[in-house]
Design a protein around this ligand. Structure first.
Ligand SMILES: Cc1ncc(COP(=O)(O)O)c(C=O)c1O
Length: 371
């Protein structure tokens, strides 16, 4: 555990100061000017009290506009509800919107806080590990079918998929939604990384396949680096869900941060020019990373990320259970170890490339020296 450094963010203030950070999903690109201005305005106004309906309305309108422009979906603003963060939104969705007591399916390797989210919802996890072949990672749809047949009431679908950096095709999303629909089960779609896609890909909102089956949880917090401000969106495209939610989540129970709402509204409404610049940097970094790994770390395997600012590195050739521990100790670089992501995570580590080119290259050179 390190002392506080002059750099912001958890990623730079957790390990010893000499450690270079490529772990937690935070970006080193500062803030969108629209977000900075909106937050400054809120501070100047002293807008530090409880959140209020006009702010939530501003988020709902800005977010639905963003999703329309980027994903081509028409979501009515009254279907957008606030939650403190995506994980808490997902937990609430499990508790309130899935069959009481029903187990929840995860598709590992997958964002590991899903495991504790399900536990905190008081439910059992059913693992349906991804299929991995030459084509990369795929959801095991037949496995999902079996899990639902055995009584699971929902699946948490992570698309884009952290840590494997996949953006599922419209057909893949549709397969998952349809198998859930056949069993009257629910799909809780975590789409927090959906704004960060490469190579002209487009994001399929699962709710666009079947609005009644899907509950969407998302936030501008990954694309705009706002997770500490505590505001996410739960999008309820099923009318019954809206009723249940409104009845339970009265304003005293929402727990969202006022500055989080201010920042989300600004990011969604006015942040896309900045996001375009971020995408150019991420695109360049993705090329640097892939080029370096291919040429100078050839025993490390990686697929080009289709989405997210994360790359899933396969170190199995080295025989290490947990490459992140080895790299932290020997190279003084912090990646996220693969084991907590569930079956398939051993021998892997997740690499966050949302940093400056200079830091990125130094991290890679340190890794090269060690391995
Ligand atoms: C797939 C996924 N879901 C959720 C989160 C966490 O979001 P929040 O901080 O809003 O709970 C992350 C953070 O990296 C993530 O990658």
């Amino acid at each position: 555990m390190g002392a506080m450094t002059s750099r912001p963010l958890l990623k730079w203030n957790y390990y010893e100061p000499d450690v270079l950070a490529a772990w937690v999903a935070e970006m080193d690109f500062g803030l969108a000017p629209a977000v900075t201005e909106a937050l400054h305005r809120a501070v100047d106004l002293g807008d530090t009290g409880y959140p209020y309906p006009a702010l939530e309305q501003a988020v709902a309108e800005a977010a639905t506009g963003f999703w329309k422009r980027r994903f081509g979906v028409d979501i009515e603003p009254h279907r957008v509800f606030s939650a403190p963060d995506v994980i808490e939104g997902g937990r609430r969705a499990i508790v309130h919107l899935t069959e009481p007591g029903s187990p929840v399916v995860l598709h590992p390797p997958v964002y590991f806080p899903f495991y504790s989210m399900v536990e905190r919802a008081g439910r059992e996890v059913v693992e349906v590990p991804a299929i991995q072949d030459e084509g990369g990672y795929r959801i095991d749809v037949a496995g999902l079918d079996r899990a639902f047949a055995d009584g699971a009431g929902s699946v948490v679908l992570c698309n884009p998929w952290n840590p494997v950096a996949r953006s599922l095709s419209a057909d893949e999303v549709a397969e998952v939604v349809r198998v859930a629909a056949r069993y009257g089960a629910r799909v809780i779609a975590d789409e927090i990384h959906a704004a960060i896609l490469y190579d002209g890909r487009s994001h399929t909102m699962a709710a666009s396949i079947d609005p009644d089956v899907v509950i969407t949880v998302t936030s501008s917090s990954k694309a705009y680096n706002l997770p500490g401000l505590k505001a996410a969106q739960v999008v309820l495209t099923n009318d019954r869900d809206v009723e249940v939610w409104q009845e339970y989540f009265t304003p005293d129970k929402v727990g969202v941060g006022t500055f989080g709402l201010v920042a989300n509204a600004a990011a969604y409404a006015e942040g896309e020019e900045w996001l375009g610049e971020v995408m150019e940097r991420l695109h360049r970094n993705r090329e640097i990373l892939a080029g370096f790994v291919g040429e100078r770390l050839p025993r490390v395997k990686m697929r080009l990320p289709e989405a997210t600012f994360l790359a899933w590195l396969d170190f199995t050739d080295y025989g290490w259970d947990d490459p992140a521990t080895v790299l932290l100790e020997q190279a003084r670089v912090a990646l996220t170890g693969g084991i907590p992501f569930g079956p398939g995570g051993e021998g892997h580590a997740r690499f966050n490339f949302a940093t400056t080119e200079e830091i990125l290259v130094e991290i890679l050179e340190r890794m090269e020296e060690t391995i």
